[in-house]
Design a protein around this ligand. Structure first.
Ligand code: ADP
Ligand code: MG
Length: 322
């Protein structure tokens, strides 16, 4: 007998223990809706991301990784807003009630949720092609959220961590025959680390921020458009991991850094007078934070090569679904 919808929710998604720990939650899973009593003097940030099998992950991917990654990419949106995660909801479309799959999926999902004391407070369960839609909610002190729209001419542009690793990892996962397998790169695709701590520290420091989900060029493009400015990026300064360069060579590594998505690093703009604060933050967080260019008044994103000459920007346009 396949498990019923209600048993399935109870067995794999009942999160009452974490819900009890949560002061602002009046009522979690079990009614028609959850009841939240939000903190005063804070804004609520709400973000949702959908992952479709065959588009955002390989259908045969390990369900633990799918669970982890579905929540991680959503937390990354909160990180980019400078928010502290508070709750999440899960709309799950499943081709069938495969309990082995559900067990591993929920294990990956809740492992990440627990590490942020983040309760699951509701959701929906339907049958259809495998699709995972997660909504996250988080807090920012009133009027302190980081937006894409605040970049100013003269700002320095920074990115956390290294870029292109997830695109490299995905390429290796898709090409199992390749003799160049690299665990670090694959893990960078499968288990993104939302930069929540950095995002929160950037409140009051960064003028604009975004998480790198579609590829650096596309995502900086969003910042400059929303801010009514332009950007200059120096290719020689892009932070590339030793592993990415070793497996794919420097040229492909740069292409992946510019146009490969899924890194979930933060890209942000800071006044040059605040550069020492960024350096201090990198030290505290024990994470590379690299200046890759600056904001200027000429619309668009322009790339410069190692000699400081304009480089080809058809290199990379970022991933677009339509
Ligand atoms: P309704 O018919 O009112 O939409 P459902 O039967 O869909 O209610 O869901 C019953 C309860 O279980 C609700 O509180 C809902 O939020 C929760 N729920 C359903 N699916 C999930 C899921 N995948 N994860 C977490 N909670 C879920
Ligand atoms: Mg429902």
């Amino acid at each position: 007998m396949p498990i019923s919808e209600f048993e399935l929710i109870k067995q794999y998604f009942d999160d009452s223990a974490a819900q009890k720990q949560c002061a602002d939650l009046v009522l979690g899973i079990g009614d028609d809706g959850a009841i939240i009593s939000p903190r005063p003097d804070h804004d609520l940030i709400v973000a949702v991301d959908t992952l479709v099998a065959g588009v955002h992950f390989l259908s045969e991917a390990n369900p633990y990784d799918i669970g982890f990654r579905s929540l991680a990419v959503n937390l990354s949106d909160l990180a980019a807003m400078g928010a502290e995660p508070a709750w999440f909801t899960l709309a799950l479309t499943l081709p069938g009630a495969d309990e082995e799959w559900l067990k591993e999926f929920s294990r990956g999902l809740f492992e990440l949720a627990r590490s942020h004391q983040l309760p699951l407070i509701g959701g929906d369960t339907t049958r259809g092609p495998l699709t995972i839609s997660i909504q996250v909610l988080g807090y920012v002190p009133s009027a302190q959220a980081l937006c894409r729209s605040g970049a100013k001419v003269g700002d320095l542009i920074y990115v956390t961590g290294s870029l292109g690793d997830a695109a490299g990892g995905l390429s290796l996962l898709q090409d199992k025959e390749s003799s160049l397998q690299d665990d670090y790169l694959q893990t960078r695709f499968l288990r993104p680390q939302a930069r929540l701590n950095i995002g929160q520290c950037l409140r009051g420091l960064a003028h604009a921020a975004i998480d790198v989900s579609d590829g650096l060029l596309a995502d900086i493009g969003h910042i400059v458009k929303r801010s009514g400015v332009g950007a200059r990026i120096d290719l020689a300064r892009l932070p590339l991991s030793a592993q990415l360069k070793a497996v794919f060579g420097s040229e492909r590594a740069i292409e992946m850094a510019l146009s490969g998505g899924d890194d979930y690093e933060l890209c942000f703009c800071v006044a040059p007078t605040q550069a020492d604060k960024v350096a201090e933050l990198a030290k505290q967080a024990d994470l590379a934070i690299t200046c890759i260019g600056c904001v200027d008044a000429e619309p668009g994103v322009r790339l410069y090569n190692t000699q400081g000459e304009p480089a080809d920007s058809t290199l990379a346009a970022g991933y677009q679904h339509f």
